[in-house]
Design a protein around this ligand. Sequence first.
Ligand code: HEM
Ligand code: HEM
Length: 201
Amino acid sequence: MNPKDSTGKRRPDRWSPVSQLLHWATLALIVWLAWRGLTMVDMPNTPAKINAYALHKSLGLTLLALVVVRLAWRLLARAPRPVTGTPAWQERIASLTHVGLYVLLLAMPLSGWLFNSASGYPLQWFKQFNLPAIAGRDTALAELAVNVHRWGFWLLVLLVALHAGAALYHHFVQRDDTLLRMLPRAPGGKQRPAPTSDLNN
Ligand code: HEM
Ligand code: HEM
């Protein structure tokens, strides 16, 4: 059953293919950006380092665009109903974690862009076009932005670990649909039967 939301419309049981694609593409980009970011800073000063930075920035900006699309899609398409049987306190923690993840998904590329601008470097997207500076040259601001970028990254790692851990806990311990509904349905595959409690979510 799909209970109705506050506008009286039925809410889906699963995340749509678009939401799934945006979710897993975000994970793939984050993993690559983290690897590139952490390894590029210690590279010797060669053209390879310049290319690594350029690619990190271009893909970071791509992620920023993806997050904007994802947030717009999130507002347009209704999120699925809460998984049946999940206690309200768990729903609240999950929602807070998701808000934190969205905030960091915006803060990471924006702090990178701010650092780039305040350091006085030009910014290009895959050598296709230039992006404007979002701040004037300012050493103190550049220092602040790079610290937000560095510490924000470790906070993101922490939240993603909690978030992914919770998803795996739901899947393997609580054995509910939380993870399955963020994955494409296997051919002929079925949802797990819902527990009987809390059907009025
Ligand atoms: C979600 C997107 C992004 C992630 C996850 C990410 C991640 C990282 C990480 C992990 C580092 C290494 C930090 C360190 O230990 O020093 C780094 C460095 C850096 N990032 Fe990003 N980044 C993202 C987007 C961007 C964007 C969009 C830009 C620029 C427009 C950018 C510019 C930089 C620069 C210039 C550095 C080097 C900082 C330094 O010199 O220490 N990043 N990034
Ligand atoms: C192995 C890693 C990951 C796993 C197993 C995972 C799993 C999931 C699952 C199962 C959901 C749906 C939860 C529900 O239906 O209530 C979800 C939602 C979500 N995930 Fe992930 N995820 C992972 C990585 C990430 C990453 C890297 C990010 C972002 C940095 C992220 C951000 C989100 C957000 C924001 C939502 C909420 C969607 C919304 O309400 O708009 N996830 N994730």
